[in-house]
Design a protein around this ligand. Structure first.
Ligand SMILES: [Zn+2]
Length: 109
C-alpha cells in the first residue's frame, strides 16, 4: 500500500471523516505511530491513524463514554415503549382470555 502523505492524513481527519477532530501532530510517520488529535469537545487525545480510520477511534474517551450512555438510554426507552404497549394490550384482555393464554394462573375450583 502506498504510504500516505501528511496532507492526506490531515485531510482525512479534518474533512473527509466528518469527525470534527483536528490533527495537532505536525508529522505523519506511519499508520501505527501515535498522533495527537483535538476532539470536537476541545479535549486532546492520542491515537494512531490506523485506529482513527479503521476502528472509529474518532473522539476522546470522554465523548466515547457519552456516546455509549446515550445509546443505552435509547435502549431503555425502547424497552419502556415495548412494556407500555404490552400494558395497553393487557388492559383489553378479559380474565378468561388471560387464563387461556396462561398469563395468569387458572382459578382452582
Ligand atoms: Zn471529546
Amino acid at each position: 500500500m502506498r504510504r500516505l502523505t501528511y496532507e492526506e492524513v490531515k485531510h482525512f481527519v479534518e474533512v473527509k471523516s466528518g469527525s470534527g477532530c483536528k490533527l495537532l501532530s505536525e508529522e505523519y510517520f506511519n499508520s501505527d505511530s501515535k498522533m495527537i488529535f483535538r476532539c470536537r469537545c476541545n479535549n486532546i487525545f492520542e491515537t494512531t491513524f490506523d485506529k482513527f480510520k479503521f476502528r472509529n477511534k474518532r473522539q476522546c474517551n470522554k465523548c466515547a463514554r457519552k456516546k455509549i450512555s446515550k445509546s443505552q438510554k435509547l435502549k431503555y426507552e425502547e424497552v419502556k415503549n415495548f412494556i407500555d404497549e404490552m400494558v395497553k394490550e393487557l388492559k383489553f384482555i378479559s380474565r378468561s382470555e388471560a387464563e387461556q393464554k396462561q398469563i395468569i394462573p387458572k382459578k382452582m375450583n
